[in-house]
Design a protein. Structure first.
Length: 185
């Protein structure tokens, strides 16, 4: 399908976006169950502790595969670019405490870094790997090389900013794994 789009529309489309806001459908569809396919720990089926991470991992691999196909087979002739569009929530510490400042960084890692770090560095943020441990999929060397640098641009959708507080309760789901409680500014 992706090659069909590149073949049919490549002369007219110069900026390809593989996914729009993958963080939203990874968490809303597989942690909260609010969007399709409606899976979560408290839903009829699903695991908020693992499925959002698996979905996001596969989305990144899918993006990288499409970007690789476009870059090798179509970009030289069509002169276009390919990227991904991420929803970016900004976080500010609720106080000047070290705990809140660190929680703010973790909140950013678990939101923007979850998708952007693999695309830039080939791996997830350190804080995610430390906190999520075995529930976070691991990129093979081949996958890391495929994902790293697999974009010409990043689309940014920013809607709001939140305050972040350090949170010590661990609930084992993607929205709580950062250890940051966030409230709209």
């Amino acid at each position: 399908m992706k090659e069909t789009c590149f073949e049919k529309f490549g002369e007219k489309v110069k900026h390809w976006i593989t996914f729009n806001e993958p963080h939203i459908f990874s968490t809303q569809g597989y942690d909260l169950g609010l969007e399709a396919p409606g899976r979560c720990t408290f839903c009829k089926a699903g695991s908020s502790a693992t499925e959002p991470y698996i979905v996001a991992h596969n989305l990144l691999l899918s993006h990288a595969t499409a970007a690789n196909i476009y870059t090798k087979n179509y970009k030289p002739k069509q002169k276009g670019s390919i990227g991904i569009s991420l929803d970016v929530t900004w976080y500010e510490p609720a106080s000047n405490s070290t705990a809140d400042v660190e929680a703010t960084k973790r909140a950013q890692d678990f939101q923007l870094g979850w998708f952007l770090d693999p695309l830039i560095f080939g791996d997830y943020p350190k804080s995610m790997k430390e906190r999520v441990k075995k529930r976070l999929p691991v990129f093979s060397k081949f996958e890391a090389s495929l994902v790293k640098g697999s974009l010409d641009f990043v689309g940014i959708n920013h809607y709001t900013t939140y305050y972040a507080w350090n949170r010590t309760v661990a609930l084992n789901d993607t929205l709580q794994d950062s250890g940051a409680l966030t409230i709209r500014k």
